[in-house]
Design a protein around this ligand. Structure first.
Ligand code: SAH
Length: 198
């Protein structure tokens, strides 16, 4: 299904993980026919499930490894969390937070039905991170921030990676932040389009 994402630079390992998660299960009934098209789709409440190429690229940029402990801001449909859960394996953990209650409930139901055990879901404000389980090897936001919330950098492990779209409703850049002691490095990975972090 997702073999062509190789042309974006997505690795075979990430493509294999995506092929194991049926995107149709995460898409509302009225968009089922479009479930495999490489485009974002509405999931209600003004939110969207990201395009498959964006999910693949983000997993690649995060360099997800077996055993990684990951925090995701913006559970949405739960699709990205499900793909990441394949990549970190049973020894890894995905913590994902969502602010819109009905989306949180729906994603929880799908993840439970699929029997995925290494995803923990929370209804809370992602700007604050999820301090009770910090530090994380990787943190990813699937909504854009005007400025990087300091809590996310604080909750990153030494040598960890934070991936976050930064900008406004017109222009957003995907940023990758790495933390080494007091030293923070920041790279720009190109233009993206996400819904806002509220
Ligand atoms: N990863 C999702 C994409 C969801 S879109 C997927 O695979 O489907 C981004 C999500 O971020 C939306 O569901 C939105 O409600 C949520 N969001 C926005 N601001 C947030 C915040 N402050 N804390 C947690 N989630 C937030």
């Amino acid at each position: 299904m997702y073999e062509h994402l190789e042309y974006y630079g997505v690795s075979k390992r990430v493509i294999d993980a995506m092929n194991k998660v049926d995107r149709k299960l995460f898409v509302p009934a009225e968009y089922q026919d479009s479930a495999y098209i490489d485009t974002p789709l509405p999931i209600g409440y003004g939110q969207t499930i990201s395009a498959p190429h964006m999910v693949g690229l983000m997993c690649e940029y995060l360099d997800l490894q077996e055993g990684d402990k990951v925090l995701e801001i913006g559970t949405g449909s739960g699709y990205n969390a499900a793909v990441m859960s394949q990549l970190v394996g049973p020894s890894g953990e995905i913590y994902t937070v969502e602010v819109v209650e009905p989306l949180y409930e729906r994603a929880k139901k799908v993840i439970e039905q699929l029997g995925i055990e290494n995803i923990k879901m929370f209804l809370s404000d992602g700007k604050l991170g999820l301090p009770q389980f910090a530090p994380y090897d990787k943190i990813v936001a699937t909504c854009y921030a005007k400025e990087i919330p300091p809590a996310l950098i604080e909750q990153l492990r030494e040598g960890g990676i934070l991936l976050i779209p930064v900008g406004n409703e017109y222009i957003q850049v995907l940023k990758r932040i790495k933390k080494y002691g007091q030293k923070i490095t920041e790279e720009s990975l190109g233009h993206v389009r996400f819904v806002p972090m509220v």
